[in-house]
Structures are given as C-alpha cells and as structure tokens.
Ligand binder design. Sequence first.
Ligand code: SAH
Ligand code: SF4
Ligand code: F3S
Length: 455
Amino acid sequence: MQNKYQSVRPIFDPIRPHVFIETYGCQMNVSDSEVVLSILQDAGYSLCDNIDEASLVLINTCAVRDNAEQRILGRLDVFRLAKKKNHALKVGVLGCMAERLKEELLSHPVVDLVVGPDAYRDLPKLLAAISADGKQINTILSHEETYADISPVRMDKYSVSAYISIMRGCNNICSYCVVPYTRGAERSRDPQTILREAKDLFENGYKEITLLGQNVDSYFWKNSDSAKDINFAQLIEQVALIDPSIRVRFSTSHPKDISDELLHTIAAHDNICKHIHLPVQSGSNAMLEKMNRKHTREWYLSRIKTIRRIIPGCAITTDVIVGFCSESEQDHQDTLSLFREVGFDSAFMFQYSERPGTKAAKHFPDDVPPEVKTARLNEIIALQNTLSLESNRRDVGKCFEVLIEGPSKRSDKDMVGRTSQNKTCVFKDNGFKVGEYVKVRVVDCSSATLLCEVI
Ligand code: SAH
Ligand code: SF4
Ligand code: F3S
C-alpha cells in the first residue's frame, strides 16, 4: 500500500536504540502498546520487528487466566536465550501481569523492568535508571491517567482499522476477575482528545475505529457546564459524525448498563456497526449472583429482545465462563439453553481459572474438576459452532456492504473483509484496494466465513 498511513507509521531509524514489543491479552493491551511506542519514540527509540536487532524487549502481558500467564513465562525463557546472545539486551514486563505480580516478576532473572498499565509515562526515566542502578519497577495505579494527550503510534502498518481507548480501569468487581486489580478504578477520557484522535485516524486513511473500554456503557465525562456532560451514546454519535465513510465499533458492553439511548443511536447511524458484544458469563442465576454480575438471566434475555427490536439484524456475541465455583450440571444446562435461546453469532468461551486475590479466590472453592470443566467447554463450543453456522446460513442470499481488509490467506485471487455485523466475507479480487467498500451477496458459508459474490 502507498504511503497514506505515513504520518502514523513507526519511525525506523538505524541509529536509534531499537525496541521490540510483544503484546498479549485484550484490545486494550494492543492500544496500550501503541501508547508505549509513542512514549518511547519521543525518548529516542525506534521500533524493530526482529528481536536480534533490539536493545530493549518489552512484553505487554495479560493476567486474566492462568494459561495467559504461563504463556508469558514461556516467552521470558526465550528472552533468556536472546540475552545470552546480546548481553546488553534489557527485558521489560508491562501490563496486567506486571501489575499483579510486581516485585515477584522483578526478581525473575531475565527481567530488568516491571511497569504497570498506569505508569507508562515513567518508562524513559526507568530505562535510563536501569543502566545506572539496575532493575526498575513502577506499578502505581492512578485515578486520573488516561494518556489522553498521547498520540498512539499504530503498529499494524497496513491495517484499515484502529483502536481508541476511551476509558481505563473497571469498577465492577466481578468476583472471578483480576482486571479491576490490574487496571485500577474506572476513569473516562476527555472526549475532545478522543474526537481529535478519531479525526486524525480518518485523515490518515483509516476506515474503522473501535472505541475501547472494559465497560463502555459507563463512559461519562463531566463538564463544568453540566449541559456539556457527555455519555457513551453521545460520544459514539460524535465519532460517527466525523464522516459517513468511517465505521465505528465499540467494546465491551455490560448487560446491566447498556442503555436504550445507545441502541437508538446505533440504529440511527449507518456507520455505527450493527454488532454488540455483550458478555453473559453464565445462563444460571445462581452463578451470575456468585459472579457478582449484577444482572440475571431474565434481564439479559430482555436486553437481547430490546436490541433486536431497536436494531433489527444486529449481531450479538458474548463471553462465557464454564466451570465457575460449584457450577452444577443444571447451572451448565442453563448456560446451554441461554445460548440456544439467544442464538449468538459467535462467542469467546473459557474455563474458569482462579485468580489470586479476587473475591472468588478468597470466598469460593474452585471445586469443579478439570475434566468436567473441559467437557463443559467442549459442549458449549460444539453448540456455538452449530449456532454460528445457523447464523451464517440465515445470511445466504442476503447482500452486505463489506470493508476490504486484505488478501485472503487461502488464495491470492480472493480478498477478505467484514460486514457491519463483524462477519468475515471472502470474495473474488476484482482489483480492489484495501480500505474500499464493496457490495456482496452471500452465496455459501461455513460456521466461520461467508462466501460471497461481488455485486
Ligand atoms: N470487561 C470485559 C472483558 C473482561 S476479560 C467484560 O466485562 O466483558 C474478558 C473475558 O475473560 C471475560 O468476559 C470473561 O469471560 C473472561 N474471564 C475473566 N476472568 C476470568 C477467569 N478468572 N477465568 C476464566 N475466564 C475469565
Ligand atoms: Fe472484569 Fe467484570 Fe470488569 Fe469485565 S466488567 S473487566 S469481567 S470485573
Ligand atoms: Fe486485558 Fe488481560 Fe489485562 S484481558 S485488561 S490484558 S488481564
């Protein structure tokens, strides 16, 4: 692709010290790594994509499940080998696992630096101090930090879509979840800085913006003039109004907070994507109560009904946890039946993983045997595959506008793109360009993809 993304591309300069950044976890972490790169570029670093060229390796980590952390510990072993080749190489651990483990991670033989999600502005100072005084750590959480004034440097050079963090932290304290402890209290970012960032992305050729937060529905910016207070529905509308050709997505919504006002705003704007990710976590009221989700099965189902009434054709996806503390076979059946009742378009499905320090870890035994968790996970995955296929079959014969993302991995004669509903479409490459919109008709499907003809 041409140089239309130039102004937001990382600067590569052979003279500067090189940093290699690896990112794990959710979209918030991807967005944070872009903030980190911006801070480091200002401090004289240049991004490289080969660890052998780096003088600094940063790994932005996730702590949400034990297997996420195990994977990162495995990567630290790989960095140990890189350090053997290059004795000057420094290794820093960022993100949620850094925040959770603090000094424990700093004592790891490979690690020189531990920095939590709210302390990235301190990186240049900490890096300078490593050379003088050895290992450095800052895991102080903040009530104000939103990195509002920092222009993130996008790492995926050829993407047409970009994330904008609109808030940080979480106040919900779901009993299984480590995020409120690793990312601190919820705070919203100044809407003017969000709009400026969105306009800048649009001017640089981006076609899709995803507004990010752990609970976007509780976004709220208080102004000195209360008439100018702004909630999430108003914010997303302002982003959508930047230009009708830019698509706007958002993640994640919470069933207890998603408002009718937001649903009407989504319905009113063609360029706000017709897809809501609404994590349910369980279909059993007993589990939801124990999870401290503050919504019931009935409430969730009533929100789904309202979404379908206000936004016909809206895709609905979810997250679910199987095998939470003392989950019975009946609780599990309730989750399966909720899945059938809603007919999710897709879902992220997880086995419960106990996280130290959470309410659940303190109060409820993790007593569902691993083999039962696995069996339940397999069962829900099998069900969701059927539901995804049914959802895709309902689209066969229908027409959609697709935003082209790039060549298909399977065949260079095909291109892929996504519908407003976030479904992946494959279609013949008639000389299209990435970032263009094309009208397609669905002719066939699998559970993961819509096969389309261009119209
Ligand atoms: N803020 C978002 C997402 C948080 S983490 C939300 O509330 O929806 C993403 C998903 O990881 C959660 O939705 C949940 O399904 C899953 N998750 C969180 N903690 C978990 C744990 N201890 N074990 C297994 N899955 C977990
Ligand atoms: Fe975790 Fe719940 Fe907050 Fe989501 S809403 S980040 S699951 S505490
Ligand atoms: Fe995201 Fe993982 Fe942290 S899901 S918020 S990176 S614990």
